[in-house]
Design a protein around this ligand. Sequence first.
Ligand SMILES: [Zn+2]
Length: 299
Amino acid sequence: MKRVHLAPGIWHLQSGSNMGLGVQDGKGLLIDAGLDKDAARRALRALDELNVALAGLFLTHAHADHFGGAHVVQRRTEARTYAPILEAAMMEHPLIEPLYLFGGAAPIAELCHKFTLAEPCQVDQVMTAPGPLQIGPLQVEAVPLPGHSPHQMGVAVGDVLFCADALFPIETLEKHHVTFCVDLDRTLETLERLPTLPYAHFAPGHGPAYAAGEEIARVCAANRERLEQVRALVYDALDEPHETPALVRHVADHYGLRLKTATSYFLTRTTVLAALSSLERAGEASVAMKGNHLWWQKQ
Ligand SMILES: [Zn+2]
């Protein structure tokens, strides 16, 4: 785990899934808890080395790679846990994640591994609205960043915004092409707003932190362009009516993606469905049932 010092008392703990740490008067706030117990233990070791007692754990969203280690942090510290509404429900009942990826049916075995089915954790304070929060001696701000997950929230500690999975590094866009979102319109709005927020550093859940100004604006623009492109690809394909699986294949083929696991298929399908609901919301596409087929067509 790489410990990047962003500002006095503020660290970005960079790993497969990043975490954040804010410290004041020897009391700390941990942002996210990593994928599993190993990730959580690495973060707790960093806290020990810095001589920090944990006052709070802020969980940004209910994806297993961000809260899978939370139960270990809760067992080993006195930290009070904060999470946004709906995300909190999924953290307490993690089966919801594989359940929604599999369309609501009992999920197949592959979706029940730790990458999509985390250990549950207990949320002490469900956040129903953004705004200031007093966590131990730290005065922080919960910042709404919906779209990648329904109620994702970031947290601002001083002039650092821990912005979770609101954006992905350009290298990730180049490698994986189709980023995960459940609501494409909300994700685009979040990406538009993010660079205008009054922080000096933006520390995401994956990849390095970005400076305010041109740096964060450039990464947000690249993320926005990619999602707009996915939406346009889906829309253009609807010159002919298509079923959902054909649209998933169309998008994957366009980017030369090789979906090697059912999990990667279901993740891609979610973003394609988010593009379809965005098109439907805009009156550009609709559903038609014919011969027991569900067709998507241009409006
Ligand atoms: Zn995520």
